[in-house]
Structure formats: C-alpha cells, structure tokens
Design a protein around this ligand. Structure first.
Ligand code: ATP
Length: 469
C-alpha cells in the first residue's frame, strides 16, 4: 500500500518506485523487440509508458492490430492498406484451424464470433462492441466486419445464398451515403464524424448463412441541428442541399445562392462529403423516389429558415415576444416549406399552454425570449430526429429478413463519439459505459487519469453475458 506522509513518500513507496523504474528499464531495454509483442497483457510492468511504447513500436512497423486479452486494439493507420483486408486474407482467417494463433486482426474477432454461433448446440447470439473516440476508425472497422461476414456467412456451394449475402451487404453499403449525409458532420477531429450510434444485426439461418439484417440507431446528436460548436458544421445534408440544388430547386426551397443561415456555419469549407448527387442516388436505391426526396429536402430547407427566426424581448410579460424585423420573412418561408400554417406555428413558438387545477383549466402564457428560442430549437430537433428515424425504417424494410427465416444474429455495435460539453445547450454526454481499452498512436500525449483518449479503436466480441474473444 502506498502511503504519503507529510507530503513525503514513505520508504516503501520510494522503494516501490525504484523497483518499478528498474522493471520498466529492463522491459524497454529487453531483447525481445517491442513490436513483436502482440498481446498487451504480456507487457510487464503494465504502465502507460510500456503499453504506449509497445503500440508505438507496432505502429512504426505497420502493425495496426494488437490483442489486449479478450479485446482487440485497432490503431488507425490513416492511410489505405488494401492488402490488409483482401479476400485472400479473409479466407486465411476463415479457414485457419485456430484463427487466434494468427496475427491479431479484425478478422480474428469476426471469425471467432462466427464460430461461436456455429459451434454451440443451442445457438447463442453474439455481439461485437466497437468503441473508441472520434476518428479512431469505428465506422471503418464495422464496415470491415460487414464485408467479412458477406463473404464467410454465405454458402460456398449455394449460388442463391451467395446472392442473398451479397445483396444484403450491398444494401447496407448503399444505405451508408444516406446515413452519413443525415447522421454525420464535420467536427474538429473528423470531417465525416458519425453523430449517432449504430447497431447492425446480421441475421443468420440454421446453417449460419446470412438471410437478412437490421439497423438500429441511437443517440443521434440532434442538438447539432440548432447548435454547432465553433469551427464545426451542421449535418452534411444541409450543406449538400445548399450547394447541390438546381436552379429550380433553389427557387422552390428558397435557397438563394450565398444566402446566410445561422444554423449553417462554415459553409465555405468544401468537403468530399458535400456531394448531393451521391445521396440522392443512394436514396433512389433505397426506394425513396424523387417526389419524396423533394419533400424531405424542402422540409430541411424549412428548418434552415426556422433557424433564422429571431425574437425580440416583449417588455411586457403578458405579450408574446415580437419577431425581429428581418425574421418575419424567415418564419413565413419556414412555415410554407414545412407546410404548416404560419399563425399556429408562431403561437406554438411563443405561447405556452398550461393545464392546471381539478378542472384542467387551460392557461396561455407568453414565453420569454429565451424560451421562444428553446421552443424553436426543440421543434427543429424533433422534426429532424423523426426524419432520421423514418430513413432508418426505410433502410430496414429493404434488408430485414422474415422473422421465421433466421435463428441467430451477430451484432456489431458502434458507440457514438461525443465531445465533452463545451457550450451551453450542447448535448455532451461522455462515452457511455463500455468495456474499453485505451491506447494511442505515436505522438499522442495522454492525460494521466483514465480514460485516456487517442485515435484508437477497441473491439469486443461477446455472446450473451460472456466475453468470448
Ligand atoms: N483501418 C483503417 N485503414 C485505413 N484508414 C482508416 C482505418 N481506420 C480508419 N481509417 C481512416 O480514418 C478515418 C476516420 O475513421 P472513422 O470514420 O471510421 O472514425 P470513427 O471512429 O467512426 O469516427 P466518429 O466517431 O467521429 O464517427 C476514415 O475516414 C479513414 O480514412
């Protein structure tokens, strides 16, 4: 037990530290090259320095996966490495008698999970948790897993089974541009940061072949619609409609070229994610036809105009807050684009209805200016969240299998990354409690207290209640 006496370390403390330092030097100066250590549980002594030095050595040697007991740690290489994910590598891990004896890889987790479903007499569902901070590579890792299962969870002899697995993979991949346009945004850490969590369920039949899939989303950062940190952006789709609309659509959606919207910060930045055509095309593939798309984009333009609605102080509690002069046109346009009557919309934003007493009498109380702003923001968040949920339901209707056709599933859960709350009104829940392993790419300096943040991803696979990999 370490003891601190009057600000001085006790003798046993000092001795402990000295011996730790010696162990540390012995380990770091040891004969075995650090990059060959493929399991962090073999690091001895386990300190932040030894773990990071080991990962750093592996990173320098272009080795991006490391085990940490039952968890796989994935470092983001920040460069394409196609040979690491080739069909040959997939086959190697799929056909290996003991994949855990091969080099650590995301396919080890994929294969072990798949074997867990197969090997049990009473099949047990498996889930893979992919966690890490923003930009660590969670989305990338989940995609790798999807591709892996599309290959291995299809019968090698049945052409039909192959086609089904391919079709599901294709549809999930097709849904990506839509999910990313509506659910991703440019943040300080990642130009294409997912601002929602996603659970993908791959549904398997008794022969462990993929028959369908389902997507569940959670924790969409809907506050971003109405409030963005400085130097960050709103969801991509808003920029896409403003930059990619045709002249006719601009007229119809009241999006004049160069128009300023307060919920559209940093529009001058052009990203490859701003491609409106790709989103439209992907929506068509999902069965969202052109008139429905038009309704969606019109509603989104309505939200942008709603964001320009500004209220002034009323000066009299009994009177609703007046609109600022330049906001009158905005609220009218917002109402028409959202297909809402203007007066009830204004009333909803400015007047609170309270029911009180035994007879549930109705009172109407004018809101303060701050309350009007909050109500406006809430309306926008609600509309956006409903739209997002609807898109997910459309995606599911095209990939879900008949409930009788599958018996088990492999789930992949990507935790949403959240920045700490930096501004008033911003949603900023920390990462949810997950099993974590933290590590970093070379050059990261970590705070001394856990959790340590770094561009790394950890992957857990677990069946019902037990860690398997
Ligand atoms: N294994 C990898 N190989 C090559 N590039 C990668 C790999 N993992 C991540 N990247 C790169 O890092 C970028 C960020 O990764 P990704 O979008 O998956 O992060 P994320 O953890 O999902 O971030 P967020 O939580 O912000 O959505 C990717 O666009 C890709 O360029």
């Amino acid at each position: 037990m370490l003891q601190q006496v009057n600000g001085q370390s006790s003798g046993s403390d000092a001795h402990g530290r000295e011996s730790l330092r010696e162990d540390l030097q012995a380990f770091l100066g040891g004969e075995a090259p650090l990059h060959q250590l493929d399991d962090l549980t073999k690091v001895n002594p386990v300190t932040l320095e030894t773990v990071l030095r080991c990962l750093q050595a592996r990173y320098t040697a272009d080795t991006f996966y490391t085990r940490a007991g039952c968890t796989l740690v994935a470092l983001n290489p920040f460069k394409p490495i196609p040979q690491l994910y080739s069909p040959e590598v997939m086959q190697e891990y799929h056909t290996a008698p003991q994949p855990q004896k091969l080099k650590p890889h995301i396919f080890t987790v994929g294969e072990q999970t798949y074997r867990n479903v197969k090997s049990l007499i009473e099949p047990v569902n498996q889930s893979i948790v992919v966690s890490g901070e923003s930009g660590a590579g969670k989305t990338w890792t989940s995609r790798c897993l999807m591709k892996f299962y599309a290959v291995v969870a299809a019968s090698p002899t049945s052409w039909e089974s192959h086609k089904i697995a391919e079709r599901i993979e294709q549809r999930i991949l097709n849904s990506n541009p839509v999910m990313e346009a509506f659910g991703n945004a440019c943040t300080l850490r990642n130009n294409n940061s997912s601002r929602f969590g996603k659970f993908i369920q791959l549904q398997l039949n008794r022969a462990q072949q993929m028959t369908g899939a389902a997507v569940q989303t959670y924790l969409l950062e809907k506050t971003r619609v109405a409030c963005q940190a400085s130097s960050e952006r709103n969801f991509h789709i808003f920029y896409q409609i403003c930059k990619g609309a045709s002249a006719d659509e601009r007229l119809q959606w009241h999006l004049a070229e160069g128009a300023a919207f307060s919920w559209l910060p940093n529009p001058e930045r052009t990203l490859e994610e701003d491609c409106f055509e790709v989103t439209r095309e992907a929506m068509l593939h999902l069965g969202i036809d052109a008139p429905t798309q038009n309704n969606i984009f019109q509603a989104l333009a309505g939200l942008l105009h709603l964001g320009n609605t500004r209220f002034a102080d009323s000066g009299n509690e009994a009177q609703p807050c007046p609109l600022m002069d330049d906001a009158k046109c905005s609220v009218r346009t917002a109402a028409s684009l959202l297909r809402l009557p203007e007066d009830p919309l204004l009333e909803t934003l400015r007047i609170r209805t309270i029911r009180a007493g035994r007879r549930q009498q109705v009172f109407r109380k004018p809101c303060s200016r701050a309350e009007c702003d909050t109500r406006r923001d809430c309306l926008a968040k609600l509309v956006y969240a409903r739209l997002f949920d609807w898109l997910v339901s459309v995606i599911n209707s095209s990939i879900c299998a008949d409930p009788d056709s599958w018996t088990t599933f492999i789930g992949s859960r990507g935790s949403p990354s959240r920045n700490p709350p930096s501004e008033k009104g911003r949603e900023g829940p920390a990462q949810r409690a997950e099993p974590w392993v933290y590590c970093g790419t070379p050059g990261s300096s970590f705070p001394s207290s856990a959790p340590v943040s770094s561009p790394s991803t950890s992957v857990w696979a677990r069946p019902a209640g037990r860690v398997r990999v």
